[in-house]
Design a protein around this ligand. Structure first.
Ligand code: PMP
Length: 516
């Protein structure tokens, strides 16, 4: 009995209705590799090729047999799962395995210490909290130093041994001290800032949504937490401009030859810079080497940590474990999630370079579900599978990516009036359709204006070609391809054929996108 007709829909009913309007409210019954199965009109199995890949969480495929077998073993062995406040050797082994990979890819020997969480946004929130603790501790040290200098001025003044330079315009040391304190209090009262990139996506929780560029999802929640300044991904010069425009200084006092002078001290305005080496939800945009270098340099000059968000692009999807290592980007923090759980477990991780690590954070942050015995053991298996045969999985992601991209490029070459661009790396590719807001078809025009044409195209592809592809979250004209490593040549050919069919329709008979 499925009770469908009588059960009221109370789990996101409006989203369900929207999905239904374009034929996407399908219930999948089984999943394996790149294949999902739903029931057809007569109850028969309908197999669907899945390019959504759990929004990037399924590099190893749905129900990967080795992961499933390992999960069964763990459960059969009565592995302790919720064992907070005890030793977790699988978590530690995972962190060590990840460190070996980071050392290899980044050419560093510095360790990265690990904090565990369950979702991507949670790892980002953990990172921004750690970075803010670090900033606050640095500010605290600076203020303590300034306070001690103020006391020195007071002591010298009591001895009658100091004067305040006439050019400063203060009657004496106490008036100057009051001015310095008032200035510093005003600077300290300013909320901290983050720097992120246009097109970024770092999550949708109260803090992380502030770092997600899309104003539609961020806007209503802006009052909840510290804000980010956003910089275009292709304009390294804009980075320096934004940073310069936000600079602030605290005032310090110095006694030099019996005269009190005022010294500006750089104030850490920014808590962290955030960057995705390949933006997923922003439309599959690959970070350039020049931008990566400038970002690193700017962060170093200001002593701001760089949080590299590898949640979607990492874990080997683009041909290296860290997508950022391909552009020589070294992060102070890394966030990992999605495919790290092998499509079975929910796990995310924040890695922090030892030289930037604040031990106090361990006593300030925790979660019931973090570092559980199941997800950490599954993730360790995932890393073992990725690293097996000298990194065969990374090579496979690269090779398959080249083949899929060349198929997508072929579609673009044949339909330049419809397909605007093909972008990405490895098994993280995007195909952008040109703007359809001027289409002769009214429904296509309307859907394009509402930003849902990509979903209508997804509905057509599912209905007519049994292929599941969705647009990226913030670039609705870009379809995202994140299949698993099990992708076959036949599946690539099927994908290209389906996209050609879409292109012909958009060019010649756009209304047909909506016709069942
Ligand atoms: N960062 C990036 C780069 C992401 O792609 C996502 C999810 N799309 C997140 C953070 C948030 O992850 P989650 O949905 O698990 O909270």
């Amino acid at each position: 009995m499925n009770g469908k007709a009588t059960e009221p829909e109370i789990t996101e009913p409006n989203m369900r209705a929207l999905l239904g309007s374009v034929g996407l409210d399908v219930e999948y019954l089984r999943a394996e590799g790149n294949t999902l199965v739903h029931a057809g009109a007569d109850g028969e199995d309908v197999s669907v090729l899945d390019h959504v890949g759990g929004y990037g969480s399924l590099l190893l495929g749905h129900n990967n047999p080795e992961i499933v077998a390992h999960a069964k073993e763990l459960l059969d062995a009565r592995t302790p799962v919720h064992i907070q406040f005890s030793r977790h050797s699988s978590a530690n082994r995972l962190a060590l395995a990840l460190n070996r990979i980071l050392h290899r890819e980044l050419g560093t020997t510095e360790d990265y210490l690990a904090f565990f969480a369950s979702t991507g946004a949670e790892a980002v929130e953990t990172g921004i909290k750690h970075a803010e603790l670090d900033r606050r501790m640095r500010v605290g040290a600076l203020i303590a130093e300034i306070d001690s200098h103020i006391e020195e001025v007071r002591a010298a003044s009591r001895d009658g041994g100091v004067t305040v330079g006439a050019e400063l315009g203060f009657a004496g040391p106490e008036e100057l001290i009051a001015h310095v304190r008032a200035h510093n209090e005003a600077v300290l009262a300013k909320p901290p800032l983050f720097l992120a990139l246009e097109g970024s996506f770092h999550g949708k929780l109260a803090g992380s949504v502030q770092l997600t560029h899309n104003p539609v999802v961020r806007g209503p929640f802006q009052a909840l937490a510290a804000q980010a300044r956003f910089v275009p991904i292709d304009q390294p010069d804009a980075l320096a401009k934004v940073v310069d425009s936000e600079q602030a200084a605290l005032l310090d006092l110095k006694v030099d030859g019996g005269v009190v002078t005022v010294e500006p001290r750089e104030y850490p305005v920014f808590t962290a810079f955030l960057v995705e080496p390949v933006q997923g939800e922003g439309g599959i945009n690959v970070l350039g080497e020049e931008f990566a270098t400038r970002l690193r340099r700017t962060a170093d000059a200001l002593d701001v940590p760089v949080i590299v968000d590898e949640i979607q692009c990492g874990m080997g999807r683009t041909g290296t474990f860290l997508a950022g290592s391909a552009v020589g980007l070294q992060g102070d923090y890394y966030t990992l999630a999605k495919s790290l759980g092998g499509g079975i477990a929910k796990i995310s991780l924040l890695l922090i370079r030892r030289s930037k690590y604040r031990p106090d954070f361990e006593f300030l942050h925790s979660s019931t579900f973090a570092k559980d015995g199941f997800s950490t053991a599954i993730a360790l298996k995932v890393v073992e599978l990725l690293e097996a045969d000298d990194g065969a999985a990374y090579r496979r992601a690269t090779e398959l990516g080249i083949r899929l991209k060349s198929a997508l490029d072929g579609v673009r070459a044949d339909f330049p009036e419809v397909v605007k661009a093909v972008r990405g790396k490895g098994l993280m590719l995007g195909l952008e359709f040109g703007d359809q807001t001027g289409s002769p078809s009214e429904p296509v025009r309307d859907a394009a204006l509402q930003g849902i044409l990509g979903y209508a195209i997804a509905g057509y592809l599912l209905r007519e070609h049994r292929i599941r592809i969705f647009p990226t979250a913030s670039a609705p004209n870009t379809l995202r391809f994140e299949p698993s490593l099990q992708l076959t040549g036949e599946e690539i050919a099927r994908t290209a054929a389906a996209l050609r069919a879409v292109s012909v329709i958009l060019r010649d008979q756009p209304d047909r996108i909506f016709q069942p």
